[in-house]
Design a protein. Structure first.
Length: 155
């Protein structure tokens, strides 16, 4: 079922993307995109953005920023609370199989949804969003980016 969503979202990006903070994912594949599909991933809280990117950051990485944006009137499919959408899709792809998470995004795209809401894998109390439609009518930055420093584990 498609529902309308409006509200703030957060993204953590490399400082080099500060001039284009709403650029879609650059990787050819992700949890909810493949085959050249457009996907912009964000979180419904700044904390959630930090949790989502944790597996992709390490000490010595280039500086990062956190950018708040505002989603307005997006038509989304809500998959929060559905654990089967939170599998580690990279492990499946390493075997050569198609990621099972793509069936959800492919269905949402065919249904005319602008994107989806889904639960964090490691913190189900936090939520993320993926947008397939990243037009100015759907998402805009909301203020300037700020410096973000990951909470690296103590040695």
């Amino acid at each position: 079922m498609i529902s309308e969503f409006s509200g703030p979202v957060w993204r953590i990006l490399s400082l080099s993307h500060a001039d284009a903070p709403l650029v879609p994912a650059q990787a050819p594949e992700g949890r909810f995109h493949h085959s050249g599909q457009t996907a912009l991933y964000a979180s419904l809280s700044a904390e959630g953005a930090g949790v989502a990117i944790r597996r992709y950051v390490s000490a010595g990485d280039p500086p990062r920023i956190i950018q708040q944006a505002r989603v307005t009137g997006a038509r989304l499919i809500d998959l929060r609370g559905q654990r089967h959408t939170t599998i580690i899709w990279q492990d499946v792809r390493e075997t050569g199989a198609t990621s099972p998470t793509w069936q959800y995004s492919d269905h949402a795209r065919m249904s005319g949804a602008d994107g989806m809401l889904y639960s964090s894998r490691s913190r189900p109390d936090l939520s993320h969003i993926v947008l397939f439609n990243i037009s100015d009518a759907i998402i805009r930055t909301d203020g300037p980016p700020i410096t973000w420093t990951p909470p690296y584990p103590e040695p």
